[in-house]
Design a protein around this ligand. Sequence first.
Ligand code: C5P
Length: 220
Amino acid sequence: MPAPSDFKIIAIDGGAATGKSSTSRGLADKLDLMHVDTGAHYRTLTYAMLKVGASPESDNISELLGALSLDTTLEGRSARLSINNEVPADSAIRSPEVNANVSKFAAIETVRQKLFNYQRSLAEVAQSANYTGLVMEGRDIGSIIFPDADHRFFLHADEATRAARRANEGQTDSIAARDQMDKTRKTAPLVCPEGATQVDTAPFTLEEVIEKIAKLILNP
Ligand code: C5P
C-alpha cells in the first residue's frame, strides 16, 4: 500500500459538459490513479429514489435514504457506486428523467450528507487497491469533499461548446438549467474553489487538456 504521504488527491470541478469526465478518466490512465465520478453518485441515487416512487418534493426523503446501502465496485480504475447491491447501467443514470431530477435531489441537504462520508472514504479504497492517488470529479470536490486535496482544478467552457458536446453524445440535457440550480443551491453550491487552477477546455483537444493538467500535477 502506498505511504499516506505519497498518496495524491486531485479534485476536478466544473459545470455540466465542461469535459470533467473525459479529462479525469484520461488523467487517471496517464498517472495511474483511481477515478471517481461523483456526478454518477448523484445520478445513481436519483435513479434509486425515482425507482421507489420518490420525487425531490417527497416528505419522506430521509427515511427512504436510510434504506439505501452504499458500496463500491471497481470497474477497471473507476470506482462505481452500488446501491443495495445494484450498479445501474450508464444509460439508466443518464436518462432524460434522471437528467431532469438529479440537480433537485442534489440540492437536498440529507442527500449530500448521505454521500459525504462515502465520497471521502474512497481515498482509503484507492489506497487499499494500491493506487498512488485518486482523481475525483464533481461540483464540490475541491471546496467540500477534499478541501485539502493536493491539486484542484476548475474546468469551464463556453455554452455553445458544451451544448455541442452533449448533442454529440446523443443526450437530452438542460445543461444551463442544471448549472443554475447547482450554483444557487444553499448546500455545497458549484463554485471555483479558492486557489484552484481554472482551465478553459473549449479551445483545446481532450489530449491537450489532459497533458496540460498532468504537467501542472507533475511539475507544480
Ligand atoms: O457530473 P454530472 O453532470 O453527471 O452531475 C449530475 C448532477 O449531479 C449535477 O448537475 C449536480 O446537480 C450533481 N452533482 C453535485 N455534486 C457533485 C457532482 C454532481 O451536486 N459533486
